[in-house]
Design a protein around this ligand. Structure first.
Ligand code: NAD
Length: 498
């Protein structure tokens, strides 16, 4: 069986800690590979290689650094199918969906091709008599990224593309559930011309994360994953004097106003609720129809659409979504569905008994729809991260607005309406980081920044876009005054002693 090691100093190396984890094909439920879990020695090797490589890379002019990303984008496109199939084989999402995962990361690589422009800074001429002042952006040094299972291509690229383009060395600790694509992404960066040691992948679990957080040579840490771990990583990084941006879980609402196009809203909910088996941080997991009439009509439109969803392994090109990532994830989701039933929500579409013929051991969960969910229920307060949509009925707009306002998470939210005034008021008032107006998953493009509010994020700078350049660089401000020189006092005759 294949054992995935680490990618250090430009080459794949075997793990030496003796610890490893199983990697599954979620469609079959079978272990297909193992992955090495790094200990302190492997982490130190990665840091040593990063320290050796970073100064030379930072001194490489930004246009040349950009050219590596130009080539990289081309390589990602050339290898798209192979990468997508590899991604699906460990994550479980459909191959088309995996291509989207890669594409959204690729777009961050495209964004940082502008790094010569993005790193330009400020200049004040004549800040005082004969004094100029300018600020420059310099790389932090060595950055680290810790990523979740659900976007094993996009999220590593959110982090390493800007970090590396800014002149940092970077150590990626991907999810141990689907580590193969991150390894390939690092290999392709080498193929694109990145010097060895600049980008490395250290596979592992909590031990590797703690090692990164405590290491004195790592200056900045970016994390995406669940909220309790995000809070832990943020606190530990700060305790060790590092800058940190850590992104956590979500419970994204979609408000459906009585004037909305209900067919459009229902279609949007199907894609945003069940795509990728609900395992997206921007998935819509709560639908909030406003008014009883809207709610009844929405349930009527959703039910047949959900019942018609096709579930299958990633290899089935007809499938709408695949299995969830692990047996534990499946059990957690089924446990929460049971809880919802016992708490009194109405399970309108029941996917609990779903079994995939020929894939009986796979981690499949059928699509579920709950109606009459209330704000005190666990299925409302907790992130389910599965193919489960909850409908919370609101009497009016203000009640609808209060739901995402009061929820502890604030990643994304959407409103469906034809009324510009309602949409504008909603966008202005709701305390959530990413807002969709008649757009179900308002994930910003690479040249804007991505991030939530409240307990969906700790730290103040977002992923990609302009924020990422700030996060991965430090500002240095120079104040300069030159004594009067050659223009005033120069002598052009033969100097003689006076
Ligand atoms: P997770 O928190 O279990 O793991 C994320 C990373 O942390 C992994 O690399 C893992 O190895 C590491 N880790 C796990 N336990 C740890 C511990 N005790 N100490 C230190 N490190 C630890 O998350 P997941 O299950 O891989 O991903 C799903 C979660 O990520 C969901 O909550 C989802 O909402 C969230 N997510 C958020 C965003 C966002 O942008 N806000 C994006 C994608 C996913």
């Amino acid at each position: 069986m294949d054992t995935i090691g680490h990618f250090i100093d430009g080459a794949r190396i075997a793990g030496t800690s003796g610890r490893k984890a199983d990697v599954y094909d979620p469609a079959t439920g079978q272990v297909t590979k193992t992955v090495a879990l790094a200990g302190a020695d492997e982490l130190q090797r990665a840091v040593d290689a990063a320290k050796a490589a970073q100064p030379g890379w930072a001194a490489t002019n930004p246009q040349r650094r950009a050219r590596v990303f130009m080539k990289y984008v081309q390589l990602l496109n050339d290898n798209m199918q192979e990468l997508a199939e590899l991604l699906s084989s460990e994550h479980g999402k459909t191959v088309e969906d995996s291509k989207g995962d890669i594409q959204r990361g690729l777009e961050v690589a495209e964004f940082v091709i502008g790094i010569p422009h993005l790193m330009k800074s400020e200049f004040t001429e004549g800040a005082g008599p004969g004094i100029d002042m300018y600020s420059i952006r310099q790389p932090v040094g060595i950055g680290a990224g810790i990523t979740p299972f659900n976007f094993p291509a996009m999220i590593p690229m959110w982090m390493f593309a800007p970090a590396v383009a800014c002149g940092n060395a970077f150590i990626l600790k991907p999810s141990e559930r689907d580590p193969s694509v991150p390894m390939r992404l690092a290999e392709l960066m080498m193929e694109a011309g990145l010097p060895k040691g600049v980008l490395q992948v250290v596979n592992g679990d909590r031990q590797a994360v703690d090692g990164l957080l405590q290491h004195p040579d790592i200056g900045a840490v970016s994390f995406v994953g669940s909220t309790p771990i995000a809070a832990h990583v943020y606190a530990e990084a700060a305790r060790h004097g590092k800058r940190a941006q850590t992104f956590g879980g979500a419970k994204n609402h979609m408000i459906i106003m009585p004037d909305a196009d209900l067919d459009q809203a229902a279609d949007a909910l199907i894609g945003a609720g069940y795509g990728s088996a609900g395992e997206r941080c921007m998935a819509i997991s709560v639908a909030v129809p406003v008014g009883e009439e809207t709610a009844n009509a929405l349930i009527e439109k959703l039910t047949p659409r959900i019942e018609a969803l096709k579930i299958g392994p990633a290899s089935d090109s007809e499938a709408d979504f695949g299995p969830v990532v692990t047996r534990e994830a499946k059990e957690k989701i089924l446990g929460l569905i049971e809880k919802g039933v016992s708490e009194g929500a109405k399970l309108v579409v029941d996917g609990r008994g779903f079994s995939m013929q020929g894939y009986e051991d796979g981690f499949f969960v059928g699509a579920c729809l709950f109606d009459h969910v209330t704000r005190d229920m666990d299925i409302y307060t907790q992130e389910i991260f599965g193919p489960v949509l909850s409908v919370v009925r609101a009497r009016d707009y203000d009640e609808a607005l209060s739901l995402p306002t009061e929820h502890e998470y604030g990643n994304g939210v959407a409103i469906y309406t034809r009324d510009g005034d309602a949409a504008r008021d909603f966008a202005a008032r709701v305390p959530v980081g990413m807002i969709g107006i008649n757009v179900p998953i308002p994930t910003p493009m690479a040249y804007h920044s991505f991030g939530g509010w409240k307990r969906s994020v700790f730290g103040d700078l977002n992923q990609h876009g302009p924020d990422s350049i700030k996060f991965w660089t430090r500002t240095k401000t120079v104040t300069s005054r030159w004594p009067s020189g050659i223009k005033d006092g120069a002598e052009f005759s033969m100097p003689v002693m006076r």
